[in-house]
Design a protein around this ligand. Structure first.
Ligand code: SF4
Length: 54
């Protein structure tokens, strides 16, 4: 899947089925970034909502 990496979306979550592996990129054309607090106060409040376990 390395050939289809999206260089606009860096990602280190290699447990995800959409990770390019080998290089730290996502392979999706579009991801949804989400928050799990009503009001996001810091980076820990945000997540990738497109994650799917490999
Ligand atoms: S879907 Fe999200 S978690 Fe998965 S590789 Fe892409 S950016 Fe990373």
């Amino acid at each position: 899947m390395n050939n289809s990496k999206n260089e606009s979306v860096g990602c280190i979550v290699n447990e995800c089925k959409f990770h390019s592996m080998g290089e730290n990129y996502c392979t999706l054309n579009k991801i949804q970034v989400t928050k799990h607090e009503t009001t996001a106060k810091d980076v820990q409040c945000t997540d990738c909502g497109s994650f799917v376990k490999r």
